[in-house]
Design a protein. Structure first.
Length: 69
């Protein structure tokens, strides 16, 4: 599963995802068109309060299965 983490989380969390076999990309401070491009092909999106998940973001993420906060 391809996971995009858009706000800083503990390194242990990212390590756990990778150890579980997930492909993890980080893209901190993404917004606007950059965020829309980054979510293409992503299955899971992990955000915190720094990322606004709008309708446009969800529509741009055709493969999105889950958003975690």
């Amino acid at each position: 599963m391809k996971v995009l983490v858009t706000d800083p989380i503990a390194d242990a969390g990212i390590d756990l995802l990778r150890e579980s076999g997930h492909e993890v990309e980080t893209g901190y401070d993404l917004a606007g068109e950059a965020l829309l491009a980054a979510v293409e092909g992503v299955h899971a999106l992990i955000v915190r309060s720094g990322t606004e998940v709008t309708r446009d973001v969800i529509e741009a993420a055709d493969d999105l299965v889950i958003v975690g906060r």
